[in-house]
Write a protein that binds this ligand. Structure first.
Ligand SMILES: Nc1ncnc2c1ncn2[C@@H]1O[C@H](COP(=O)(O)OP(=O)(O)OP(=O)(O)O)[C@@H](O)[C@H]1O
Ligand SMILES: [Mg+2]
Length: 386
């Protein structure tokens, strides 16, 4: 990524350009601000800047189909930027409406523990059924779930019949997520596109987007020794790594994200987690974030929590996230608006050991320069409806 800088806006005081140091996305980033503060929009700006200025592959877990048009540029966009976006290998995998290509995953591509979580099987309490699940060959690409259940159903073994009943009762076979011979998200990400957008918002079953996340994150973790960098962007990260996971799938997902947060950095698995409040994501994940991007945040309790976790950020800077009532819409504060406040959009870092470091040496530092370019894909307030 070299010394590439991402142009994200202008400074409120003097209109100077604000840039972020692209190379500092080689660690985990927490992207935080209350609802409507412009997180998703600003994320869009940063992602397109990463596409334009770096070669870092992006994997975007997109719960509200906000980034499914990442490939498109607006009329009148800067020609060089528009051409670069058009030439970039950006794959968008859909779950919303009947759009192709679909976001698909293979049930037997999941780890045994994750398959068991999908079927709500406990390895001890449901030892026999779990054991039947274990015996399926993982490499069997031609596997057909309906055939499998029929085979279990026809078995003389009561345990196999019980497993068939469980699968039918949970209606897992009908999930739109399963690949059924189609190309799974793991195969697509293995082709190393510049960006893969996983549209998670259109699934019928609440567990499906979580299992989709589980499938790709498990795969990235399993293949981590390849040390192929990827920025894993998770908008609305509280859905993926909540502090209080309630289901087996959520517990598996939180454990995995915490593992990636703790160990993934050296393998090139870098997280960018966006949510409204620090307490909405698991503390084991939050505590591993080195970069903070803070938008409007009026709740003192949330700011105190941030001050606690990101001890290196001066209090006065955190306090600037508080915006007095009546100062206009949030969107004008984040990106190019006349009252934009880049200090708020800029983040800070700490050393590897968590020791405080002055913000000026941080990853997302401000640098004065020319006026910012028009964003090729997200100039209008309607780009990222919340
Ligand atoms: N810099 C900007 N320029 C123009 N419009 C913006 C800007 N930032 C945000 N907006 C608009 O403000 C609204 C809220 O922004 P956004 O959806 O990004 O907020 P959010 O912090 O992601 O909210 P939530 O937490 O509810 O997801 C959207 O309609 C968005 O298009
Ligand atoms: Mg949002």
């Amino acid at each position: 990524m070299g010394e590439a800088r991402l142009r994200v806006g202008t400074r409120v005081d003097d209109g100077a350009e604000v840039t972020l140091a692209a190379q500092r996305f080689n660690r985990h980033t927490f992207w935080c601000g209350q609802s409507g503060s412009g997180k998703t929009y600003a994320l869009g700006v940063v992602l397109e800047q990463l596409l334009l200025e770096t070669e870092l592959p992006l994997l975007i877990l997109d719960p509200n189909a906000d980034f499914t048009r990442l490939r498109e540029t607006r009329p009148g966009a800067d020609g060089r930027a528009a051409a670069a976006i058009a030439a970039a290998d950006i794959r968008v995998l859909h779950s919303t409406a009947a759009r192709e290509p679909r976001l698909l995953a293979r049930f037997f591509g999941l780890s045994v523990a994750s398959r068991a979580a999908v079927l709500q099987l406990d390895p001890i309490a449901d030892a026999d059924e779990f054991n039947v699940l274990l015996s399926v060959r993982e490499s069997d690409d031609t596997f057909d779930g309906a055939d499998y259940v029929a085979q279990l159903r026809g078995s003389d073994d009561p345990v196999q019949r019980r497993l068939a009943t469980r699968i039918e009762n949970l209606q897992v076979l009908g999930w739109q997520l399963w690949s059924r011979g189609g190309r799974s998200v793991t195969e697509i990400v293995d082709e190393r596109p510049r960006a893969t957008v996983m549209d998670l918002g259109g699934f019928a079953q609440p567990a499906e987007p979580k299992v989709a996340a589980l499938a790709i994150l498990e795969h990235l973790w399993r293949t981590r020794e390849g040390r192929r960098p990827v920025l894993i962007v998770i908008d609305e990260a509280h859905n993926i790594c909540p502090p209080d996971p309630a289901t087996a799938v959520e517990r598996a997902l939180v454990a995995l994200v915490a593992l990636i947060a703790a160990e993934g950095r050296k393998f090139g698995l870098w997280l960018l987690l966006s949510t409204q409040r620090p307490t909405k994501i698991h503390p084991n994940v939050l505590s591993q974030c080195d970069n903070l991007c803070l938008m409007r945040m009026n709740a003192p309790r949330d700011l105190a929590e941030l001050a606690d976790v990101f001890g290196f950020v001066p209090e006065a800077l955190l306090a600037r996230a508080v915006v007095p009532q009546g100062r206009g819409p949030a969107r004008r504060r984040v990106h190019r608006g006349p009252d934009a406040d880049p200090d708020r959009a800029a983040g800070h870092t700490r050393g590897r050991l968590g020791r405080p470091r002055p913000p000026a040496r941080g990853p997302l530092t401000l640098s004065p320069g020319a006026p910012p370019p028009a964003s090729p894909t997200c100039p209008s307030a309607s780009r990222a409806p919340s």
